[in-house]
Design a protein around this ligand. Structure first.
Ligand code: TRP
Length: 334
């Protein structure tokens, strides 16, 4: 009964790829019995970079369905769309007033994203929303008074800021918030197929990632044309592209197969085509039930919409409790 609370969120950036799955979603699914889990699709965060409103709405619902298809269980966990729980933005304003300009300027993700916007030298502005993005993230976490936040390395700085906000709030207005800790679990970091020195990501382009819900033949083709040896001297070490294929097999739970390929590799007799075929088979086998569940969910839109409305209510109830206390503490009206 006394389970600790976990909160994590994902941006609705389009289809879930294997990098997302093995880096985050699989873990979210796996901890649903151990913790009281609350998961969010953060559409408001997606507004901080240039976007298209129609695509945002579609991608948000798609992310909900894909998370359900991957195994987020609505009987065990709360799954909300951020914009449907307006308490987050209310709390984020209050947190904006206890966050310093200086600490936000030190956020590396802000620097990276604003550099990116500047380099594109188009009409896109670097918005105040992009600057205060981590404050909204702190509100996402603290409004549920989460104990643990499963995050990747790239989000550590934001989580540290969240703890600073919690501590500062507590000192200034009275003890209320937990200091949420990162939850690290064993994850497999997958690299891009076409450039295995970079992390698998959608922004690199189609041939770099494997979509969990994409057509199996497409997956097979992409893995077949994955970069293996680039001809560069790797000083006797396995090249990143080959290592990525091994990791893919391992991530899919094919340890025996992986070990046998490893023996071939050490004997100098590994054929890349064979390990690529095996990796493609493993991925397609793993994702088949996910694809089927998504197919079913897309045919049952009313079910998904009802579920989302119910879960928004659950999230709101939790959020309201926090917000009620907070408003009293900071001296504003309910
Ligand atoms: N910033 C996170 C990312 O880009 C997404 C996010 C928003 C988040 N709010 C959160 C992650 C709260 C964990 C907890 O991945």
């Amino acid at each position: 009964m006394n389970k600790k609370r976990v909160l994590s969120c994902i941006q609705p950036t389009g289809e879930i790829h294997l990098g997302n799955y093995f880096g985050a979603v699989k873990n979210w699914v796996g901890i649903q019995d151990t913790y009281n889990c609350v998961y969010g699709v953060v559409d408001l965060h997606a507004m901080t970079m240039p976007y298209n409103p129609k695509e945002l709405r579609e991608n948000t619902m798609r992310m909900v369905m894909e998370l359900l298809a991957c195994g987020i269980d609505p009987e065990k966990s709360v799954l909300f769309i951020q914009s449907m729980v307006p308490q987050h933005t209310e709390l984020s304003w209050i947190f904006n007033c206890v966050t310093s300009y200086g600490e936000l300027s030190r956020m590396t993700q802000f620097k990276d994203k604003s550099d990116l916007l500047e380099s594109k030298s188009n009409k896109n502005i670097i918005s105040a929303g992009l600057f205060t993005y981590p404050v909204l993230q702190a509100a996402d976490i603290l409004i549920y008074n989460a104990n643990f936040v499963p995050v990747g390395k790239d989000q550590e700085q934001h989580l540290e800021l969240t703890r600073n906000i919690a501590v500062r709030f507590n000192n200034q207005f009275g003890e209320y918030f937990n200091e949420p800790l990162p939850l690290y679990t064993e994850i497999t970091k997958l690299m891009s197929l076409a450039d295995p020195t970079k992390k698998m990501s959608k922004s690199l382009g189609e041939k770099h990632y494997i979509g969990v819900f994409e057509d199996p033949e497409k997956t097979r083709k992409k893995i077949r044309s994955a970069v293996t040896d680039t001809g560069e001297n790797t000083e006797g070490k396995m090249s990143p592209g080959v290592e990525n294929l091994f990791n893919l097999l391992k991530a899919c739970g094919k340890n025996a197969e992986m070990n046998s390929f490893l023996n071939d590799y050490n004997a100098g007799s590994l054929k890349y085509k064979d390990i690529k075929d095996a990796a493609a088979d493993a991925v397609i086998e793993l994702t088949a039930p996910f694809r089927q569940r998504k197919e079913e969910l897309s045919k049952n839109r009313p079910y998904v919409e009802k579920l989302i409305a119910e879960h928004a209510k659950k999230a709101q109830a939790l959020a309201d409790e926090t917000l009620g206390h907070v408003k009293k503490l900071v001296g504003i009206y309910q």
